[in-house]
Ligand binder design. Structure first.
Ligand code: AMP
Length: 303
């Protein structure tokens, strides 16, 4: 079992969906990722929060295998993001993104973080993703996430990240945007040319498509009646996926397949309530039950 080093946003989110609205709740890509991945292995978190992030808000990390030596507290305001979803939850509009303390943030890894073999560059400025990667001694498997904000705003820095990672976890619209290809398979092949040999394309309620050098793997999402808030589903998925891989200690066809199921299990819970509410209540028993549901969903006999 190996730990995972991650860098990404820790945030205050405001979210509006057809099922309700919350304001200034703890969120952020690295938060969702860390909470999800910590069900499988230890996490080393690199991020920054402002002096408005109180002890009460820190509780989301407590009692979990999340090392906070690399979480800086500085004066200023924590990263803030607001999103609003359409009636079928498939379209999201970003109302604002305030980088705040991330604007001046320079990550310096604690010495104890440097030898971490599994690295996940969660969603944040690609320059910060590179600065963190520069400080890792000999990474064995590096995956990254990004979003339209960085694809549009910092394309060159993002290209550098892509040239340095083994896997990219990205949603379907962003894969099309990044590659300029409407067809997802062509989009995946074009992005593979930019660096990552594996692409994990998140397709929301339609599941996940993995493209590797020599083939595909796909998994549907669990059909759910009670979806309340899709925020963080992608980061949670990435947490389950990477957490499983790092716990297994190797990246093979088998561990990638099971990792995709693990990520889908975690994401299926995350969307059932607002923010991190559902994730922080999960137990290994609940995860095992849903793993079995995925098996029933996808099992069929040979012809
Ligand atoms: P997802 O729903 O997986 O796209 O992730 C939503 C999370 O990403 C929210 O908790 C936000 O705080 C965070 N987020 C939104 N925009 C950005 C951005 N430009 N950079 C980093 N994190 C972001």
């Amino acid at each position: 079992m190996y730990p995972i080093l991650t860098v990404g946003s820790v945030a205050f989110d405001s979210i509006k969906t057809p099922f309700g609205e919350v304001s200034r709740v703890v969120g952020g890509a690295a938060t969702y990722f860390s909470v999800a991945a910590s069900f499988f292995t230890g996490i080393r978190l690199v991020a920054v929060v402002g002096d408005d992030f109180s002890n009460e808000q820190m509780q989301v990390f407590e009692g979990r295998r999340i090392d906070l030596a690399g979480l800086q507290h500085v004066s200023g305001e924590t990263f803030r993001w607001k999103g609003e979803y359409s009636s079928d939850l498939n379209i999201r509009e970003t109302i604002y993104t305030h980088l705040n303390v991330f604007d001046q943030f320079r990550p310096i890894l604690p010495e104890s973080y440097r030898p971490t073999p599994f690295v996940f560059l969660a969603n944040i400025h690609p320059r910060l993703q590179c600065e963190v990667l520069d400080q890792v001694a000999a990474p064995r498997f590096v995956a990254a996430d990004t979003m339209n904000y960085w694809i549009d705003g910092t394309p060159e820095e993002l290209r550098e990240v892509l040239s340095r990672v083994d896997a990219l976890v990205i949603n379907d619209e962003e894969a099309r945007q990044l590659s300029g290809e409407a067809n997802l398979v062509k989009a995946a092949r074009a992005i593979q040319q930019m660096g990552p040999s594996m692409l994990v394309i998140k397709r929301g309620e339609h599941g996940v498509l993995v493209t590797r050098e020599d083939g595909f793997f796909a998994l549907p999402a669990l059909p759910l009646e009670g979806v309340a808030d899709p925020t963080g589903a992608g980061d949670t998925f990435a947490g389950g996926f990477m957490g499983y891989l790092a716990a297994a200690g190797e990246v093979t066809d088998t561990t990638v397949t099971k990792g995709i199921v693990a990520g889908s299990v975690l994401a299926s819970f995350a969307v059932e309530d607002f923010g991190l509410n559902r994730l922080v209540q999960l137990t290994p028993e609940l995860l095992r039950e849903r793993f079995a549901e995925f098996r029933r969903l996808t099992y069929f006999d040979a012809l």
